[in-house]
Design a protein around this ligand. Structure first.
Ligand SMILES: [Zn+2]
Length: 257
């Protein structure tokens, strides 16, 4: 095997293992439970998972998606998150190359996966992810791109912009528009990616949100209620910005040269 193949395979395996841990976060964080204790168990019968029940995807497949003891169904979310995490890890190394920037970007991607899944199910973006996310993003930016100045501007502007939009919407309509979670999440995005890619994320998420919104309206006819919470769009847009943002900006700004 060549070195790059080994890195690819290594990151694929790491992605599966990390995905398994992200499942625990997604399952427990919305309820404010510890992600360390107790060990994973079946929510139906309390069966404590053994080490051989914990192989990502494989265990699920071998058990036919059922608890070893009581045969209750295990959510398909578990293998899906593991496979998605693996795929995202592999795409990162393909797109960004074997570069030290992989470290912060993979950490960032993990946070986005967890936020996406929790927001989708609970309409919630937990502070225990977004707030440490801001700090970790800034810490990485002390040494790595986008650099601390870009990151600080990104975090402050990112949080500020959405806060202003939410505040204006609230004054105007009396309805809480943006959750506070969105504000903190965009601050985190700014801290990891810097202000330029944070702005790009905002634009991409609006486009994505509009497209999906129109599709939902067309299919359901009426029903102005959002089908998906904004954090899910922010997650997808931030992932695209993290991977392809530099190229998108180059392409876009190229028109003005
Ligand atoms: Zn069980």
């Amino acid at each position: 095997m060549t070195e790059s193949t080994m890195l690819l395979v290594g990151l694929a395996v790491l992605g599966l293992a990390v995905g398994s841990f992200l499942n625990v976060c997604i399952h427990r964080l919305p309820h404010g439970r510890s992600i360390v204790q107790p060990p994973s168990n079946c929510p139906h019968c309390g069966y404590v998972l053994r080490w051989y029940d914990n192989f990502p995807v494989l265990s699920y497949a071998m058990l036919g998606g059922k608890c070893r003891q009581c045969r209750a169904s295990i959510s398909l979310r578990y293998p899906i998150i593991e496979l998605v995490t693996m795929a995202i890890f592999v795409v990162h190394v393909v797109v960004l190359g074997p570069d030290i920037i992989l470290v912060p970007r993979l950490v960032f991607a993990c946070a986005l996966i967890v936020l996406f899944a929790i927001d989708l199910e609970h309409h919630l973006l937990p502070n225990v992810i977004t707030l440490p996310g801001v700090v970790v993003g800034l810490a990485f930016s002390l040494m790595l791109p986008p650099g601390i100045v870009d990151a600080l501007i990104g975090a402050i502007a990112g949080g500020g912009v959405l806060w202003l939009v939410g505040e204006a919407y609230f004054r105007y309509s009396g309805v809480e528009g943006m959750g506070g979670g969105d504000v903190k999440m965009l601050a985190m995005i700014g801290a990891f990616l810097g202000w330029k890619l944070m702005v790009l994320t905002l634009v991409l998420s609006s486009i994505l949100g509009s497209v999906v919104g129109v599709l939902v309206l067309a299919i359901r006819r009426g029903g102005m209620k959002y089908a998906l919470p904004y954090g899910t769009f922010l997650s997808l847009a931030a992932l695209v910005a993290s991977l392809f943002g530099a190229r998108i900006l180059d392409w876009y700004l190229g028109f003005y040269r």
